[in-house]
Design a protein around this ligand. Structure first.
Ligand SMILES: [Zn+2]
Length: 465
């Protein structure tokens, strides 16, 4: 990160009684390099309003090119370093203006003390088009803005659907969604309501580069899914989720070293971590390393959205000896009307991640199951369900609500066994290869689409999974 943003971007600062203006330009060489642009806040200020604009704007969707996408965030004088308490929030390119004050802040920014001194606007030129990116940030001191009332459209007790029962101890959930605390269109209460009405038992809440949504969600439970607190660390060369973590993790340096360091720090702090949507337009995972991650989001949004590439990414690492759990995420962003972005599922639970949480379902049990690889992923909350268990003679497979699918058991050298599933309560014993190190299962429909896939079960040594 550059401290001397003023020089690089020719930032010009002017100030009248209430307004600070920061202007500058990014060239193509500045692409994907965050800069800090400092400004001074005098003592006694209780609220800031930040607005920004820039030339040749295009959407952040990685398929859009030939224009500019400029991300923004804010740090107060308590610091700008990794994990610093000075971090007041990051809104990518999805908010043109926001308020940060003592009493309230525009989500995802945090309200709180307004220390005098050097604050920094964080600017991230994610895309810079051929004509460069001219930007202008306007900051008003004490504009006396009031919070906008919330328009919550999903209220009341959720109506849970009737779903096929899961095996004892297994829970169904979704591990990836977005609200107004990043680029989603709904409030956490609404996302939780939608997840309850999808029939889910847990919901991983993963707004981009923020944790402000977690307090808004609360713990869930009762008629609602258990909330698994999380964050989607969104870098310019790949996204990763950290669950069971209530702080932000470094996202500004898109290098393999920096991302590996950040993943390691999160894992060391007890977070459960996955590499997200490693497939074209995911956006993809462009790092060689996956660090000490626990899981891969093998299935993100609709299966047809290039999840074959994520599956290949995961398979390649399994073959290389990595122990990585398979998880899924709907990446739901839009609950009001239809999402024009085909990468995202329209409702939570598509796909659904099933975890063997055992007799006491809570957040630690869910995260333990993910770390231990006791999961499978299915197309929807109604299944199909796919359970693999080691037995003395080999592998026992149970497939529920999968009539018409093919079961494939796959090891490092390829398909170990295949069978057609001819009933909705189907089971088989599969003899295991003597030379493989793991097997995994998947249920595939006649049109070739994967309907469910399990985590890998290690072979050799003691039975696991
Ligand atoms: Zn993502």
């Amino acid at each position: 990160m550059e401290r001397s943003a003023a020089e690089r971007s020719r930032a010009a600062t002017s100030r009248d009684a209430t307004e600070i203006v920061l202007e500058g330009r990014f060239g193509p060489a500045d692409r994907m390099r965050y800069v800090l642009v400092p400004f001074q806040v005098p003592a006694g200020v209780r609220q800031l309003e930040v607005r920004y604009s820039y030339s040749d704007r295009v959407d952040s969707d990685p398929r859009m090119v030939d224009g500019n996408t400029l991300d923004i965030g804010l740090f107060d004088p308590r610091g700008t370093g990794p994990g610093s308490a000075g971090f007041r929030g990051w809104s990518g390119s999805h908010k043109d203006e926001f308020v940060v004050g003592e009493d309230w802040a525009t989500p995802p920014y945090s309200a709180g003390p307004m220390p005098a001194g050097t604050w920094n606007v964080l600017l991230g030129p994610y895309k810079v088009g051929p004509r460069g990116c001219e930007y202008r940030v306007e900051i008003r001191l004490d504009p006396d803005r009031s919070p906008e009332p919330r328009d919550i459209v999903r209220t009341g007790p959720p109506i849970r659907p009737r779903l096929p029962p899961a095996r004892s101890g297994w829970l169904r959930g979704d591990l990836h969604c977005h609200t107004r605390y990043s680029d989603g269109d709904s409030w956490p209460a609404e996302m939780l309501h939608a997840a309850a009405e999808a029939g889910l038992d847990f919901l991983g809440v993963t707004d981009h580069n923020n944790v402000g949504h977690q307090a808004d969600y609360g713990p869930g439970g009762g008629a609602f899914p258990i909330v698994v607190p999380g964050v989607e660390i969104t870098t310019y060369a790949g996204h990763w989720n950290a669950w069971g973590s209530d702080r932000w993790w470094e996202f500004r340096e898109p290098t393999a070293t920096a991302v590996e360091e950040a993943i390691r720090a999160a894992v060391d702090a007890g977070a459960t971590v996955s590499i997200n949507h490693p497939k074209p337009f995911g956006p993809a995972w462009e790092y060689e390393t996956v660090g000490p991650t626990h899981a891969v989001e093998v299935w993100n949004g609709p299966w047809g959205g290039l999840n074959v590439a994520s599956l290949a990414f995961w398979d390649e690492r399994l073959r290389a000896g990595a122990r990585l759990t398979a998880v899924g995420g709907s990446d739901t962003h839009v609950l009001r009307g239809s999402d024009p972005d085909p990468r995202h599922a329209p409702t939570p639970g598509h796909p659904t991640t099933w975890v063997d949480a055992g007799p006491r379902p809570d957040v630690p049990a869910i995260l333990r199951a993910i770390r231990a690889g006791r999961t499978f992923v299915s197309a929807s909350p109604s299944g199909p369900q796919l359970y693999l268990d080691r037995t003395a003679g080999g592998l026992s497979v149970e497939a529920i609500d999968a009539a018409g699918c093919a079961l494939m058991v796959i090891g490092p050298a390829g398909t170990v066994a295949a069978a057609s599933v001819d009933s909705d309560a189907w089971g088989a014993e599969v003899p295991l290869p003597t030379d493989g190190t793991y097997v995994r299962g998947q249920l595939v429909a006649a049109n070739g689409e994967v309907r469910a896939l399990s985590s890998a079960i290690p072979l050799g040594g003691s039975a696991a999974g």
